[in-house]
Design a protein around this ligand. Structure first.
Ligand code: TYD
Ligand code: MG
Length: 496
């Protein structure tokens, strides 16, 4: 006790010393000291600054993230105290793996499981791989929960653990009743604490686990609130560990920020194996599910769905929704043969050209880059002599699709000219070529596949660039080769 007293006196302030003196020789002093120390330890929290864009960690605030260069993205978050981190590092006994020889690994066992949904299987690269972590992202209300609930309902024999942190079990049941299907092997678990979820999943050992959504889950190892960068990182890391150790495929749902990236740090996309993102207008009926990252397949795949009263319907022939429904020929309409990933689509391009009501003409485009539209209009003005400078131009891509394929340039130009001249392009003609700055018509990749798709859909003529190769073109469609915009005008608009 004497030794303890000496140290205490030497380090404490005068007031504390006097206080300790009153209790000298009793255990109370030491208790209080320990308690005091204990309290300070418990209240000690460590905060760091995270970049919400890339997940970069910094001990202090910075206006600009040094890693990704974004401004105003640093947020302060509480992270675990040293004591708790030590607990997190403990691995589950018996679950560790040991190094094995590369030559002894059986490469044929990349076990894929079909999800009884042709579109989803296609975008995953032929089914879901055992032990993979798949992130499905998209705006609210686009159909992430609907799609992930449809999976167990379509696969009767597959034991699925559906963890819901957003909806009550009753809400999930109501949705399942609307979708229809067999719900006998699907377990619904309403929980948001990650440690409980993992423990439950380890005891159930399902064939598939769905977690809706990463932003509502939290781990007790981290002190910040659910949805924060550190919680999202931790939750995803725990799920990844679970998937890799047990071989259970996990589907993780994530939200999208206003800017269109998956909410939370970019690091989430690095952690998971596959990133699928929903696109499309959630007021329209069509939804595209695009593969952004896939460790087990191609990223050029695209799935198309239609939201119906009974969930998401697979659309195996997307052109059916994108080409004209009306019988007669209308001016301002042209059909472009575009390619998204590996899938050829035919899409209706609509343009409206009218005399500008105000001094400055308006240019507006839906589903198409307005700067590219301006460039194409400038090409028409300069190279073909059309006076569009005093006209309003509106452009719209059918089906709420966002088109980035340059092969649609020719269709855009033809739609604009068709509206300008009020001349209807016959509905059996389609277009597939890029337009260059000097007014030349340039070839695009895989023209033969575009022409084949057009022929399959009953088109009789396709306009392509005269510079491309003529190999593998289908026989039953008239291929018209044009070299520049003036030639096109002479051929299609009879020199108007
Ligand atoms: P949801 O899947 O909950 O979207 P997310 O999980 O991506 O936020 O819901 C998508 C929308 O679809 C919702 O507004 C309701 C609608 N919906 C239908 O039109 N038909 C259906 O059969 C279902 C289940 C939902
Ligand atoms: Mg949802």
């Amino acid at each position: 006790m004497m030794a303890g007293y000496t140290i205490w006196r030497s380090i404490s302030s005068k007031r504390n010393w006097q206080r300790s003196e009153t209790g000298f020789g009793t255990s109370g002093t030491e208790d209080r000291e320990v308690k005091l120390n204990g309290q300070t330890m418990a209240n000690k929290v460590k905060t760091v600054w995270f970049c919400t864009s890339c997940g970069n960690e910094s001990p202090k605030w910075m206006g600009r993230c040094p890693a990704c260069g974004e401004w105003n993205t640093m947020v302060e978050e509480t992270v675990a105290t040293g004591k708790k981190t030590a607990v997190r590092e403990q691995s589950v006994p018996g679950s560790g793996s040991s190094p094995i020889l590369l030559s002894s690994i059986d490469s044929s066992t990349e076990n894929r499981r079909s999800l009884n949904n042709a579109e989803l299987d296609r975008v995953l690269g032929g089914g879901i791989v055992e032990g993979s972590l798949v992130l499905i992202g998209g705006e609210p209300g686009i159909g992430k929960s609907t799609l992930s609930l449809q999976i167990p309902l379509a696969c009767p024999g597959m034991k699925t653990l559906y963890v819901t942190g957003e909806e009550s079990t009753r809400q999930v049941k109501l949705r399942a009743a609307r979708i229809g299907g067999d719900d006998s092997s699907c377990l619904i678990y309403s929980e948001t604490l990650m440690e409980n979820i993992i423990a439950e999943a380890r005891s159930i050992m399902p064939d598939l686990m769905v977690v809706d959504s990463v932003q509502t889950m939290y781990s007790q190892n981290i002190e910040s609130s659910p949805g924060s960068v550190s919680q999202i990182k931790e939750t995803a890391a725990q799920l990844l560990r679970f998937a890799k150790e047990t071989g259970v495929p996990v589907i993780l749902i994530g939200h999208i920020t206003k800017e269109g990236s998956i909410a939370g740090p970019k690091i989430l996309e690095h952690i998971v194996d596959v990133v699928l993102q929903f696109e499309g207008d959630n007021r329209g009926a069509y939804r595209l599910l695009r593969s952004i990252k896939n460790r087990f397949g191609s990223t050029s795949e695209l799935a198309v769905f239609e939201m119906t009263g009974k969930g998401l319907r697979e659309v195996s022939n997307p052109s059916e929704m994108l080409i004209p429904m009306h019988g007669e020929d209308l001016s301002g309409v042209a059909v472009g043969a575009m390619l998204d990933g590996t899938r050829p689509f035919l899409i209706e391009v609509q343009a409206l050209v009218s005399t500008a009501a105000y001094g400055t003409p308006q240019r507006s485009a839906t589903g198409f880059d307005v700067r590219r539209l301006n460039m194409l209009l400038a090409v028409l003005e300069k190279r073909a002599g059309f006076k569009l400078g005093v006209k309003d131009v509106f452009l719209n891509m059918a089906g709420g699709l966002r088109v980035t394929d340059p092969a649609c340039d020719l269709a855009v130009i033809c739609a604009v000219l068709s509206s300008n001249f009020d001349f209807a392009i016959p509905s059996d003609i389609c277009f597939a070529a890029e337009v260059g700055l000097s007014g030349e018509i340039r070839p695009v990749a895989q023209t033969d596949r575009r022409a084949l798709e057009a022929q399959r859909l009953g088109f009789r003529k396709i306009y392509v660039s005269s510079f491309g190769s003529a190999e593998n073109m289908p026989g039953d469609i008239d291929v018209i080769r044009v070299a520049d915009v003036p030639t096109l005008c002479r051929s299609l608009f009879k020199g108007r």
